[in-house]
Design a protein around this ligand. Structure first.
Ligand code: PNS
Length: 164
């Protein structure tokens, strides 16, 4: 039984994330999408909202589970008995940070290895940060995030603007 974790902030989930989830889920028996509940950062969406959106957009993938985690990724891997971490690489600029993270995780828990998937060319420019920025200035985000997520991002960004 090969169980892998695809960890991230997913604030919000993008079509690039979804592409990695679909492809990774074909290569393992079970894929856990691990959503980081990081007290240090101030995400646009709460942890429950991020988990909820991921559950909605991965609902048809029978071997994909969505869970939140806090603390170290290697501890979450130990708890869930996963020994592979999946990460997407969009460009060479991602590589340095990703390599450092993979090596740190492996040092902390030698039972955990990182598997990199090359992001699909059509999503190589995409990030949750740019999605939020485009939405903030009322640009079209339909080609960036799954359909059920579009309205939620627009509403959240509007709420944030109203508070400013
Ligand atoms: O989507 P992101 O924000 O690039 O994902 C980063 C994530 C969640 C994979 C990374 O920050 C993480 O694993 N955080 C948990 C804390 C941890 O284990 N840090 C040590 C790894 S260097």
């Amino acid at each position: 039984m090969i169980r892998a974790i695809y960890p991230g902030s997913f604030d919000p989930v993008t079509l690039g994330h979804l592409d990695i989830i679909k492809r990774a889920s074909k290569t393992v028996d079970e894929l856990i999408v691990g959503v980081l509940n990081n007290g240090g950062k101030t995400p646009l969406f709460t942890i429950d909202e991020r988990v909820g959106m991921l559950k909605e957009v991965t609902g048809e993938l029978s071997n994909v589970k969505v869970m939140s985690f806090s603390g170290l990724l290697v501890d979450f891997a130990r708890e869930t008995k996963a020994n592979i971490v999946v990460r997407g690489l969009r460009a060479i600029s991602d590589f340095e940070y990703e390599l450092q993270m993979a090596q740190t995780n492996h040092k902390l828990n030698p039972g955990v290895d990182t598997m990199f998937l090359a992001t699909g060319l059509e999503y190589s420019y995409l990030s949750s940060t740019t999605v939020k920025e485009v939405a903030f200035f009322e640009g079209n985000i339909q080609e960036f995030v799954p359909e059920p997520v579009v309205k939620r991002v627009q509403e959240k960004v509007q709420e944030k603007k109203n508070r400013q």
